[in-house]
Ligand binder design. Structure first.
Ligand SMILES: Cc1ncc(COP(=O)(O)O)c(C=O)c1O
Length: 355
């Protein structure tokens, strides 16, 4: 629908920045052979875990609101991470936590581009200035440019996706810590959505940096359908985020399922993530052999630039292989983002590329 169509006089009530942006939309092939467009884990939970979940979820009292404090989930996660329960804030996916951060620390939002799109959307929704710092052409981070932009625009929040989506690039993790030390009046977010694949984290340094927030999600380790993300921060930051968090944002089913997955599925998901890391190398090599320029990735995705991306994308869609395309202009021109799937899915993709 065209922007503003049918809104009539309400259009004037929609902020200028929102009128020009579009809702999240992912095109789907008619029949999906391989879903490689959303950076999900390609493996379903093992049968014994599903049985355990089925039994436990049938006991959840759905006539009651969820526990607004996620007490049990909090205790399990705090013990696993070695942090205090009061350092955790839960979100309906980390998407919601991004919005909570932007709402709580209202002020300019800074992030490198291209990066995860929701930083921008959350800033637009809150009506705060957006400070976008271009990555270099090879998607490495221009640290001096970030530093200069922080000094000149004094953002309230800086988002660094470590590693980055959609490029897969892992920037120097310690840079977030240096920024946190230099800019105590800025919240520095170390978005570690792909932690399972990169294996690096700023979590061990949290205690030294009261303005550092580490953000994680269960989405990339086999539980994207749940919508459970969390931040780990100083209790003081957690306290502020709690003020803007909708009290029942994580459903009772999500809480219970996350508890069980964390308690009984951690070894399974670590083993599957290791398989994905091995498969990533094969996928990257296959894309390069198909003539693409492949960018190094530490996430469960590979970004590849093709000389005729629209034709390649059309061929993949026709073959039932869903990947993300980014159009023919801007820094991601000609790029396709391919989530690392199962070996059979990689085979199907490489076969379709070869036709
Ligand atoms: C860097 C990054 N952060 C956060 C998210 C949001 O994840 P979720 O809302 O599923 O927790 C994503 C999802 O793709 C991501 O790529």
């Amino acid at each position: 629908m065209a922007d503003g169509a049918d809104l009539g006089p309400l259009l004037a009530r929609v902020p200028e920045a929102l009128r020009g942006s579009s809702a999240y939309h992912v095109p789907k092939p008619a029949q999906i052979i391989a879903k490689l467009d959303a950076n999900e884990l390609p493996y379903a939970l093992p049968p014994e875990l599903r049985e355990r979940l089925g039994a436990a979820l049938s006991e959840v009292p759905l006539e009651r609101y969820p526990d607004p404090n996620a007490t049990r989930l909090r205790a399990i996660l705090a013990a696993q991470l070695g942090v205090a329960g009061g350092q955790l804030v839960f979100g309906n996916g980390s998407d919601e936590l991004i919005a909570l951060l932007v709402n709580a620390f209202a002020g300019p939002v800074l992030y490198p581009v291209p990066t995860f799109v929701y930083y921008r959307l959350a800033g637009i929704a809150r009506g705060v200035p957006l400070v976008e710092v271009p990555l270099r052409a090879d998607f490495t981070l221009d640290e001096a440019a970030v530093e200069a932009a922080i000094t000149s625009s004094r953002p309230a929040t800086v988002f660094l996706a470590l590693p980055n989506n959609p490029t897969g690039t892992l920037w120097r993790t310690g840079f977030a810590l240096e920024l946190a030390a230099r800019h105590r009046d800025t919240v520095i977010v170390s978005d570690e959505a792909y932690h399972a694949y990169a294996g690096v984290s700023n979590l061990p340094h949290l205690a030294e940096h009261p303005n550092l927030v580490v953000m994680r999600t269960l989405s990339k380790v086999g539980l994207a359908g749940l919508r459970v993300g969390f931040t780990i921060s100083s209790p003081a930051i957690a306290h502020v985020l709690e003020k803007v968090r909708p009290p029942y944002n994580v459903s009772a089913l999500d809480q219970r399922a996350a508890e069980i997955a964390l308690e009984h599925g951690a070894a399974w998901s670590a083993a599957r993530a290791a398989e994905v890391v091995a498969e990533r190398a094969r996928l990257a090599a296959g894309l390069a052999a198909a003539g693409a320029e492949v960018f190094p990735s530490e996430a469960n995705l590979v970004l590849a630039r093709f000389s005729a991306a629209p034709a390649v994308y059309a061929r993949l869609m026709a073959a039932g292989i869903a990947v993300r395309a980014f159009g023919e202009s801007g820094p991601l021109a000609g790029c396709l983002r391919v989530t690392v799937g199962t070996p059979a899915e990689t085979d199907a993709l490489l076969r379709a590329l070869a036709t």
